[in-house]
Each structure stands twice: as structure tokens, then as C-alpha cells.
Design a protein. Structure first.
Length: 120
């Protein structure tokens, strides 16, 4: 491991598009992939990622930080939370999510984006 690393999400190792509703930029770090997702207004996991994932709900665990915008996450059991700018989020597998409002939701995640939005 290097003593210091500086990388930019403007030059990611990989970009995965969310059809026409955003993208995931991934940087491969020594500790694993770190992702920045841009979810455009109108994005919803069950509409835009479910066909790629092939599961009924998102099965990724997420630990991250919301940079801008707002999104709602609903667990399979009905528990619901809205996240916005400055919020730390930790979400277990088994959920749906969607953007709230007219602003893109931007989130950085350091646990759940390695296989996210990747065709299975």
C-alpha cells in the first residue's frame, strides 16, 4: 500500500451507466472499490437497476455519504428512510430506492458498489 493516494472520480477506473438516469464511477483502491453514484431525477432501483441485478430488491449493503440531492430507501420489510446532503447512510441488503425531487442525488459508497449495476 502506498503511503498516500490521490485519485479523482473525474477519471474513474470504470463507469457503469444507469440506462438514461445516471451512472456509477468506480475507483479501485487497495481496500476495495469506492464508488460515486449520480442518480438522476426519476431514477428508481426497481426500474433502472433491477433488470441488471436479476433480484427482487437490491442485495448490496451500502455504507456511504450523500453529497447532494435526496433519496428514499425502503427496506423489504417496509422500514423507510429519506437521506439528503451531509447524511451518513448504512443500509442492509434487501431494499428499493429512488430519487426525490428535481436534483440529482450524488452518493459516495465504500462498501456496496463493487458489483452494483453490473449485469449478472
Amino acid at each position: 500500500m502506498a503511503g498516500m493516494v490521490r485519485r479523482s472520480f473525474d477519471s474513474p477506473d470504470e463507469t457503469r451507466p444507469f440506462v438514461d438516469k445516471g451512472r456509477l464511477d468506480l475507483i479501485n483502491a487497495d481496500g476495495g472499490p469506492v464508488g460515486r453514484a449520480v442518480f438522476e431525477p426519476g431514477w428508481k432501483w426497481s426500474e433502472h437497476i433491477k433488470p441488471l441485478a436479476g433480484t427482487e430488491s437490491c442485495q448490496s449493503a451500502h455504507t456511504g455519504y450523500v453529497v447532494s440531492g435526496r433519496m428514499v430507501v425502503v427496506m423489504d420489510d417496509g422500514e423507510q428512510q429519506e437521506y439528503g446532503p451531509g447524511d451518513f447512510m448504512q443500509v442492509a441488503p434487501g431494499h428499493d430506492a429512488w430519487v426525490v425531487g428535481d436534483e440529482p442525488a450524488v452518493a459516495v459508497d465504500w462498501t456496496g458498489f463493487g458489483n452494483y449495476a453490473k449485469a449478472q
